[in-house]
Design a protein around this ligand. Structure first.
Ligand SMILES: [Mn+2]
Length: 355
């Protein structure tokens, strides 16, 4: 049986539900391996994907040989789903919080007595532990992003704009096999880098700039995520020292990634290093997050994260410092939590690169 579907059935079982009614494309993709617009009805005995004729060929191909039955509805997707749900032997259904309220209402009209409970946290926790084939997709995406970084460095010189760098970087990622960007690429030069989530602008790269580059590729729906901060022309000793503070903090954070480690302690390992240089307040966000089909998943590495890491988690470790009107520096890798520690999934160099 499909390991992931088994996890969903375990949840159905634990919650004594009749089954699951899912509408989220990423959750459905996770459980059945096909992404489209449709509904998933999973019960202890059956798994049915309901979609429309736009997807017939691709869904048939993806689901062939799996236990997921495909139903192409004619006119009434909800009615078709309700038909599959009515003999499931219970009224309790698990769903997602993002399921439209109106949709649940219509479903209750079709299935009198049915009750729906959103179990997002539980679904997120299932997805937080990656199977080896999921990690393989994340690594493939990461390698594409790294190749693109190597390539784009040739295009980065003073006078070109952030927007130009972003366009080239994204072009290379697609050329090397990325389906689309994993999220909105950040290219932030000089003072623009002082916003952790800067928007790319027409600002030109100048001598003495740090350029924060936060980007990811996508392979079979899986995201990669990395940040590198490069320098243009050269930086003064003070900025180089600041770069190395962030790098040391990042290495300390990574060293703390292991099964059983509490998210808050991993965050603290990096945060303390930055605080030691008197710039603790400049590290204004949390240390990291899980990555998978979504760019932000569980587990969280932050001051408030109380959950222990588990083997199979993939987390970013991304300390940064931000100085309004001046610059920002962030360095981010992705790490896989293993049985006895971690594996860094990121291979790009982290020494300060001056272009
Ligand atoms: Mn990130």
């Amino acid at each position: 049986m499909n390991e992931r579907l088994k996890k969903l059935r375990n949840l159905i079982d634990e919650r004594a539900c009749a089954g699951a009614f899912l509408t989220g494309e990423e959750n459905i993709r996770y459980f059945i391996g096909f992404k489209g617009e449709g509904y998933l009805v999973a019960t202890p005995g059956r798994c049915v994907y309901i979609t429309d004729s736009r997807y017939t060929i691709d869904a048939q191909k993806a689901l062939r040989g799996t236990e997921t039955e495909l139903i192409i509805y004619e006119t009434d997707p909800l009615g078709t789903a309700a038909e599959q749900m009515k003999d499931a032997g219970g009224d309790e259904w698990l769903c997602e919080g993002a399921t439209a309220y109106s949709l649940i209402g219509k479903m209750q009209d079709k299935l009198p007595g049915a009750r729906f409970t959103a179990l997002d946290r539980e679904l997120d926790e299932i997805r937080a532990v990656k199977e080896p084939e999921e990690v393989a997709c994340i690594v493939r995406a990461q390698r594409i992003a790294e190749r693109a970084l190597t390539e784009v460095m040739n295009d980065m010189k003073k006078g070109v704009t952030e927007r130009f760098v972003r366009a080239r970087l994204e072009y290379y990622m697609q050329q090397f096999g990325s389906d689309h960007t994993a999220f909105e690429t950040i290219i932030a030069a000089g003072a623009n880098g002082a916003s952790p989530h800067a928007r790319t602008t027409d600002r030109e790269l100048r001598d003495g700039d740090f350029v924060v580059m936060d980007f990811g590729a996508s392979v079979e729906g899986y995201c990669s995520d990395m940040t590198r901060t490069l320098a243009i022309g050269g930086v003064d000793t003070d900025r180089e020292k600041m770069y190395n503070t962030v790098l040391e903090a990042q290495l300390l954070g990574i060293a703390a990634v292991r099964p059983g480690a509490i998210g808050r302690d991993v965050d603290a390992a990096a945060r303390e290093r930055i605080a030691r240089d008197g710039v603790g307040e400049a590290f204004s966000h949390s240390l990291g997050h899980g990555v998978g089909l979504f760019i932000h998943e569980l587990p969280v590495l932050s001051k408030r994260a109380e959950a222990p890491l588990r083997p199979g988690n993939v987390v970013t470790v991304e300390p940064g410092v931000y100085f309004e009107g001046r610059d920002g520096i962030r360095i981010e890798d992705m790490c896989l939590v293993t049985e006895d520690g971690h594996t860094n999934l990121t291979a790009a160099p982290k020494n300060l690169i001056i272009l």
